[in-house]
Design a protein around this ligand. Structure first.
Ligand code: SF4
Length: 487
């Protein structure tokens, strides 16, 4: 027995549902980072591959390290890149993965794979999969197992056709208890489950990484599969479900069926979801039902309080809409956690201070993680922002290290402020400062950038804390050095 099969027996994977081909074939699925959530995007392909007899190992680099024992026998390594940070970590990790799995073919899949395909192929990745990736990943593994050459990719890079979801197999992932958890305003904690009830999005916001891949389409995970996934995470101790759908209200009928079924079966389970401003207003009548089903807070991608910037981003909402949606959530007794892209080529120093003033006026300081006040617009390859007339001219050539088109603000003080605030927020979070304390430092620094004395702030200005996750949600932030070295 060679060390490879020894490894597989220890893992116990792939013993059931073995397909016709009896030869062992090892697939390693790697998640570089997914905001502290136990990744559906590893558990779903793991189910597909195991059902067909593959031996599957999962490695989550946010909690585990790349190890020779796990990778030495791999014949296929597939790395999931669902966000910019994960892609940066994957690129850094690729040489080590290649060294530890010298016999393996490499595949990169997920939202950021197709848009970075040229660069990934230059690093030796033969297969790139985006959209509904599971059929392509299974087909690739089957072709390799059958001894076919995979020099040329035959699976579609972007697959959007509906697929037959299986119950995700989470057995090979680190325990739920090791992932992010829910923090309650009273200091309590809840174990977190992570569910995707749909993928893709029917909207076309210009800066959004979902758009180049899904192009206005979304795909629903059947109710039975969602419920089976919730059940296995409740069994593992989850007391709160975080729905990771890009927008939970893309299909309200499906969303409300999921909630009704979940609440009937687990009345004590709470949840959060991401819902866009436009949907919160259009479906305001559903908010009381969300609250009744256990909704603690809604993440809403507000992005800006400047209507002109919102138009550039094609958000289809205005600042007034944001305030209206906030009021609707408040009336329903649901917290709102707005997210922002405060630093764009159109941001002025005055506009930035106006954002801070708005958060104070709306009593939202406690609801906004400080990282949200430092995020700089990222323009990845394939971004629909490149279609905005005159925008491309503002950008430097594509930077393969940054995985995007760098830009400089016409007012150098804006870039200086963004850098300073990013460092300040990171230091504040590391030191365990409260959101209000970090906000106060940001407030002072932003006024100093304008040469103004900062008006004093009082605790009452900050609003009430809301429930939130121990790792904040963001889409496009620069990875830290620690993340880039973690594997
Ligand atoms: S930002 Fe949100 S609503 Fe807009 S396209 Fe992306 S996921 Fe959809």
């Amino acid at each position: 027995m060679d060390s490879r099969s020894d490894c597989c027996l220890q893992d116990g994977a792939g013993q059931e549902g073995r397909g016709a081909d009896a030869a062992r074939f090892e697939v390693v699925l790697i998640n570089p980072y997914e905001l502290g959530r136990q990744p559906f995007a590893l558990a779903e392909p793991a189910a597909w591959l195991k059902q067909d007899g593959f031996d599957v190992r999962c490695l989550d680099l946010s909690l585990q390290q790349l190890e020779a024992q796990a990778l030495a026998g791999a014949q296929l390594v597939a790395i999931y890149v669902g966000m910019h940070t994960a892609t940066r970590i994957a690129v850094e990790a690729l040489p080590r993965i290649r060294a530890l799995a010298p016999r393996a073919e490499l595949c990169v899949y997920g939202l950021y794979a197709p848009m970075n395909q040229e660069m990934l192929r230059s690093l030796g990745v033969k297969t790139i999969l985006g959209g509904e990736c599971e059929p392509g990943l299974l087909r690739l593994a089957q072709r390799l197992r059958a001894g076919e050459s995979c020099e040329t990719q035959s699976e579609p890079v972007g697959h959007l056709a509906k697929i037959d979801f299986l119950t995700p197999d989470r057995s090979g992932l680190p325990a739920l208890a090791r992932y992010a958890h829910l923090l309650l305003p009273d200091g309590g904690k809840k174990r977190l489950g992570f569910i995707e009830a749909s993928r893709g999005c029917k909207h076309l916001c210009r800066h959004c990484p979902v758009v180049p891949v899904y192009q206005g389409k979304f795909r629903v995970v059947p109710l039975a599969v969602v419920m089976a996934d919730i059940a296995q995470q409740v069994e593992a101790g989850a007391a709160h479900i975080s729905f990771g759908d890009p927008d939970f209200f893309n299909g309200t009928t499906h969303a409300m069926k999921v909630l009704a079924t979940m609440h009937a079966k687990y009345p004590d389970l709470s949840f959060d979801a991401t819902i866009k401003i436009q949907h919160l207003i259009a479906h305001a009548d559903l908010l009381p039902a969300l609250k009744a089903a256990g909704c603690l807070f809604i993440t809403a991608a507000v992005e800006s309080v400047d209507d002109q910037v919102l138009q550039y981003l094609a958000k289809n909402h205005t600042r007034a809409d944001f305030e209206r949606a906030l009021q609707l959530c408040c009336d329903a007794g649901i917290g709102m956690a707005p997210t922002f892209v405060p630093f764009t080529p159109w941001t002025s120093l005055e506009g930035y201070v106006e954002l801070l003033r708005s958060l104070l006026r709306l009593k939202l300081v406690q609801a906004v993680p400080p990282i949200q006040l430092c995020i700089r617009l990222l323009v990845p390859a394939g971004s629909w922002l490149l279609q905005l007339p005159g925008f491309r001219e503002r950008l430097a050539p594509f930077d393969a290290k940054l995985l995007g088109y760098p830009w400089r603000h016409a007012d150098a003080r804006v870039d200086v402020l963004q850098q300073a605030l990013q460092a300040l927020a990171a230091q504040g979070e590391q030191a365990g400062l409260a959101r209000s304390e970090i906000f106060t430092q940001i407030w002072q620094r932003a006024h100093a950038a304008l040469g103004l004395a900062p008006p004093p702030l009082a605790p009452a200005d900050f609003g009430e804390p809301i429930a939130h996750l121990s790792e904040p949600w963001y889409c496009c932030a620069e990875p830290t050095e620690q993340q880039l070295q973690s594997f």
